[in-house]
Design a binder for this molecule. Sequence first.
Ligand SMILES: Cc1cc2nc3c(=O)[nH]c(=O)nc-3n(C[C@H](O)[C@H](O)[C@H](O)COP(=O)(O)OP(=O)(O)OC[C@H]3O[C@@H](n4cnc5c(N)ncnc54)[C@H](O)[C@@H]3O)c2cc1C
Length: 619
Amino acid sequence: MAKHKTHFEDCDVLVVGGGMAGTGAAFEARHWGRDLKIICVEKANIDRSGAVAQGLYAINCYMGMQWGENQPEDHVRYARNDLMGMVREDLGYDMARHVDSTVHMFDEWGLPMMKNEKTGRYLREGKWQIMIHGESYKPIVAEAAKKSADKIYNRIMITHLLMDESKENRVGGAVGFNMRTGDYYVFRAKTVIVAAGGASHIFKPRAVGEGMGRTWYAPWSNGSAYALPIAVGAKMTQMENRIVLCRFKDGYGPVGAYFLHLKTYTQNANGENYEKKWYDQTKELVGEYIDHHPTPTCLRNHAFIQETIAGRGPIHMVTKEAFQDPHLETVGWENFLGMTVGQAVVWASQNIDPKYTNPELTTSEPYVMGSHATCSGAWVSGPEDLSPPEYFWGYNRMLTVEGLFGAGDTVGGSAHKFSSGSFTEGRLAAKAAVKYIEDKKAENINVTDKQCENFKEVIYKPLENYTVGRNEITGGTVSPSYISPIQGLQRLQRIMDEYVGGIATNYMTNENMLNRALELLKWLEEDLEKIGAEDYHQLMRAWELKHRALTSQCVTEHTLFRKETRWPGYYYRGDHMKLDDENWHCLTVSRRDPKTGKFTLEKVPVYHIVDEKEKKKAS
Ligand SMILES: Cc1cc2nc3c(=O)[nH]c(=O)nc-3n(C[C@H](O)[C@H](O)[C@H](O)COP(=O)(O)OP(=O)(O)OC[C@H]3O[C@@H](n4cnc5c(N)ncnc54)[C@H](O)[C@@H]3O)c2cc1C
C-alpha cells in the first residue's frame, strides 16, 4: 500500500463530479462563499466530461418568463403529467423559477444561441426547448467552474464518502484515487455536493460485443451519484422509475428535434399510425392518464413496444417528407453534428439517406437517472418557502445525511431538469451548502486517519487480488480466484436484464423474478470482494462496477416495493399490470442500513403543491 502516495486536501465545499450540476455548484459556491475553499473532483476532465461531453443541440429546459412564454407552474404541471403524477413539485418549481437566469448566463458566457432575428427571442424547438450551436457547451460551463473553484482535480474517481466520527449521520468528505498515477486522495470537507451523473450499463445494452459502449446514455456514468449516498445510509426515492428512450436505431441519435422542429412522425412496417390502435388497451392499464396532453413519454413507448411484440415492426420515423425541404434537411443533419455524430456514421454504414429512406427507431435498454423524463435519485430537502414538512429539513437539496447535498441526476423526484436545470440545481445546492457552513453546522468534524487508512486498503484490494490470483492462471483470462471487471459487469447486466425488466423480457418483471434478482445480486456482491484489477484503469472499472451493483440492488428493491405498473413503457410488473392510484399514488423512499446492508422502504405522500396553491388562492 505504501507505493500509493496519499494526498490530503481540506476544504469547505467539495463537489464530486464536474458535469452540468457540478460546474453549477462550483460557480455558485464561490458567489456566496467568497472566502471559502472550494474543490471540485472529476473522474474524467471537466472540459469534456459527463452527459454533455459531446455537446448538445438544444437546451431542453427554459421557461422564457421574460417574454411570458411559460411560468414555473406550467413546468410543474408538465413534469407531473409526464411522470404519471409522481414528482416532487417543490423541487421542480424551485428549479423552474431559477432556470432562466442560468440560461442567460450561458448566453453571456458566449454559448452560441439561435435567435429569432426579428424578435430577438431564443429560437424554440418545442415548448420548453431552445436551440443552440452547442458543441462548445461543456467547455464553456467548465471555464466558469475553473474560474470559481480553488482547485479542480481531474482524473480522480471518488469511491467512498467519509463520515464524521464525532456526530452521527454527518458527512466529513470523500476519498478516491487518481486513475493515471494511482495516488490516493483524501478530501476532508465541511460539505459535500454529489453531482456524479446517472447510471448506464446496469441493464444489458442492446449493443454488445463489438458495439459495446454504444448506448444512449453516457457509458461512463456509473451510478456513483447513487452508490455513494446509499452506502452511507442516505434515503433514496423513485429508484424504480428507470427510463427507456425511443431513439434512432443503433446510433441512438436524438429524435426530439425531428418530432418537434421537422414535424416528422412514426409508423409501423405497414405504414400505419400505430399509436392510436393501442388507445383502448392503454386506457385499460392506466385509465385517464392516456387522455393527458402531451401523452406521457412512457405511454408512447408502450405503444411502440406492444406494436413490435405484435409483430408489426420495425417502427420507422418518416423523414422522407420533411427532408425534401432543404432547410429542414440541413437542420436534421446539424442536429446530429451538434451532439451525436455517431448516428450519421451509422446511417452511412447502413446506406440510409433519410431523404430517401425512413430510418428505423428502437427503444433503448433502461437507464437510471434523475434529470431527464425520469426522476430516480436521492431524497432531498426542498426549499423552505415551498416544501411541506415531510419534504423539508433545513437546507435545500440536502440529503438525509447532514452536510451532504445533491444536484442534477443525483436528486430524485424532480424530472425534466435537463442540462440547464441540472446546472441550476447545482447552484441551489451550493447556495444551501454555504449557508450550512455559515450557520456553523459543520463545526468540529472528526475524520480520523484510521478511517482514511481503512478506505485506502479497501480501494486498492482489487490490485492485490489480481497480483496474487494471476499466478494461478494457466491459460486465457479466467482465474479461479478473482473475476475481472468486464466479467462482473456482464454478470450484473444479465441479472438486471433478465429479472428486473430489461430488453430480454420486453421490460417485464414480477415479484418472483425480482426476488431471484435480489438473491443473485447478493451473491454478486460477495464475489465482487474478489474482483481483480491489473492496472489503474481496471481499478476504476472495478469501482465503477461496485457502484453499479449497489445502485442495482436499490433499483430492484424499489421495483419490488411498488406493486403496480405506474409507467408502462418503462417497465411492467406482470403480477400487477395496472396503475393503482388508490394504493400507489405516492412516492417510494428507501434506506439501506450501512451496518447490515438491509433496505427498508416506505411510502411518502406526493403533494400536488402547484394546484393546491391555486385552489387556495381562488377560495
Ligand atoms: C444522450 C443524452 C442527451 C441529452 N440531450 C440533452 C439535450 O439535448 N438538452 C438538454 O438540455 N439536456 C440533455 N441531456 C440531459 C443533460 O445532459 C443532463 O441532464 C445533465 O448532464 C445532468 O447533469 P449531471 O451533472 O447530473 O450529470 P453529468 O453532466 O453527466 O455529470 C456527471 C459528472 O460526474 C463525473 N463522475 C461520475 N462519477 C464520478 C466519480 N465517482 N468521481 C468523480 N467524478 C465522477 C462524470 O465524469 C461527469 O463529469 C441529455 C442527456 C443524455 C444522456
